[in-house]
Design a binder for this molecule. Sequence first.
Ligand code: AHR
Length: 316
Amino acid sequence: MKLLKTLLVTAATLLPVSGYAQTVGFSQIGSESGWRAAETAVTKEDAKQEGITLKFADAQQKQENQIKALRGFIAQGVDAIFLAPVVATGWDEVLGEAKDADIPVILLDRKVDAPDDLYMTAVTSDTVHEGKVAGEWLKDAVDGKPCNIVELQGTTGASVTIDRKKGFADAIDGASNLKIIRSQTGDFTRAQGKIVMESFLKAEDGGKDICALYAHNDDMALGAIQAIKEAGLKPGKDIKIVSIDSVPDMHLAIAHGESNATVELTPDMAGPAFKALKAYWKDGTMPPKWIQTKSTLYTQDSDNMAAYDRKKDLGY
Ligand code: AHR
């Protein structure tokens, strides 16, 4: 009798009653980049395919808006929450509230600095590895020649910014020919990427002393490409460029010789997240704490036009 009661209570608290459409609240960061817009589009489409009602909240880059959205989802009694956390810290309290309400939270594309029992799983790429791949590519490309590097960082305090910076630094560590001479945030946007690159070029004698740019995402690199052209230099030639995301415009830039390499980040974080949720709802199966997505390097040797077409079909 006691066992039956325990089973009924577990089923009632963990698994949504079958026969009604489950609701997932999605707290998205904003729309700072082409990649972010694609992630939003793909998540909405995945939800439709899965027959799940998606409540979408755009936080406009503010953590306080995300916390407010999460509290709103909890109050509405959603069946699960997707959170793309703008920064890594400051989540313990609200994630604790979701846990107390028995609402599983799945992190999408960025991680949090919080005890891992406060969320069900994180669907992300290996973001340190992305930076490493970019650094290794540059090391090979300069082939031992001296090279001053400028770095455009992502949003300050975001897990991806911290990791991509570390991965790149690790890759070039010990290569005495490679030196990061300037590093500043461009907040993952095209507009800021351009502005910060303009300031780097001005500070470095019109860019004569800059051999390479490492940008934590493609949008900042695309803004920087504009700045490099306006300074009378040839992006991809006078200044080598490596970045992360693999958005369609970057594939065009690489195909036209105006950029050199990008590390692909899939915008479909929601696919694996919905799969994990469905297994959990079916029989309580818990996913691993980290569901890792793939990272692929594209260079001028890759078929960038095919990648461009494929991306366009994906919702970019
Ligand atoms: O968290 C993923 C990053 O966020 C993407 O690389 C960047 O474009 C976005 O803003």
